[in-house]
Design a protein around this ligand. Sequence first.
Ligand code: ZN
Ligand code: ZN
Length: 281
Amino acid sequence: MRVTDAVTDVAEGLLELIAPTRCGGCELPGVLVCDACASDMPLIRQDSACPRCGAPDGRGVCAECEGIRLAFSGARCAALLGTPLSRIVTVYKDGGERRLAAPLARIAVLAVEAVLSDATSTRPRTRQPDVDGGPGPGSWTLVPVPASKRAIARRGFDHCERLAGELGEVCGLPVASVLARRGGRDQRGLGREQRRANAADAFVAVTAEIPGRALLVDDVVTTGATVDAAARVLLDAGSEEVRAAALARAVGVCPAPSAPATLGDASTRLWLRTRERPSPG
Ligand SMILES: [Zn+2]
Ligand SMILES: [Zn+2]
């Protein structure tokens, strides 16, 4: 064993003594997310979700977004922000347990897979990626929806950027932090129209290297106003197409599904896979 490895082991041992690892969902000692919480994740059934905004039980375009102009071509959310996920997200963002980014990314990948599937099924069939140089595998770039400077200072990190980084590892897609958030008011506590107005000029592109096909990554989508504003900036800055994938959809804004899907038997498969790639679109 090298000296640096030994030092790391000692440091991790001390840290474990001071702040033992606990499940983000139920505080069970020894794991970041326990099997029971993993099996109880309120996943959204993608086959019945709205492909336009990601709302559960849309069965086609839902009443939430019908008639509303959206800058992004489609959005998917992996789960509802119900227990135990809501608590895990809070422990990740505000409880200082940054290692939760990895297990959260393994849930969020379900939204990315659904978005890539949507993008593939809506792509014109005449464009063959390997024949005419059209969009091929890996042509989507993950773009985290940035937190405000104030939130980053408070938490010590940008939670979405870290989640997107882990998601990039799981999906095998590149990640580019090309947006920054202007000052502005916090979205919490605002209604749908207030959120749209507040989010309208919330973002700015910080580089000229804008991905052609951008897949926005957000942790929690409430009305979609934030993602929509970010998508507008990307399209204005040169993106050809923008879609969005979110870890969770806030409950209470839209009707909760009658029977949310849970990981159930699939929990082990989902939890253990780390490098498996979704079919790129
Ligand atoms: Zn647990
Ligand atoms: Zn919808």
